[in-house]
Design a protein around this ligand. Sequence first.
Ligand code: ZN
Length: 229
Amino acid sequence: MRNIFRDFLNLFFPDLCVVCKERLSEGEQHICSNCLLLLPKTNFHLQPDNRLEGLFAGRVPFRHIAAFAYFVKGGSVQSIIHELKYNHNPRIGNFMGELCGEALKDSPFISTVDVLVPVPLHPKREKGRGYNQSLEVCKGISLATGIPIDSETLIRKINNPSQTKNSRFDRWKNVENIFSITNEKAFENKHILLIDDVITTGSTLESCAKEILKSEGSAISIFAVGTAG
Ligand SMILES: [Zn+2]
């Protein structure tokens, strides 16, 4: 009965692929099989010394840095991230998180990760969006890998303005000291996988990592759904 109702609804409001906007077939969710196959994956999680590790080298001590797919203007990952951030669709974050988590299971480092930590939004921004997109990605990764999430300890104190027009130096100044830790013990002796939606300059992640690394014995790895191509 429920299926008949769903099929009926689907006649008038068909689920469309977030990327190509074609109608999804039965069993497909959010992204059609064809667009999934064509996702421009980086496979950075299998490559030590990948380009992202080069981007962070010398800025903050880390174990591993990777992103799932290349974010290019007008590309599929841009459509997915736009849907996640601006179209009130947290479920696409869970879905992408699960894909990321399945991929991460093949990486040599995921078994040493103790906890997933999403890059926090300022409470005001999170209230406006209704959710933190990075936490939604974490939920999918957690489902696939079984690694727990801590979204309480690392918080954002300052709601920085849009960064799009600033230079890299200004952006770094912008994100310095905007994060803090609510419980000093929570990250002690833990390997933390910090999760973001997209890595561009890395300044926000760098700032988060520095805050977390103040906890004794902690280590950082970083993972995002997308990275600038
Ligand atoms: Zn598609």
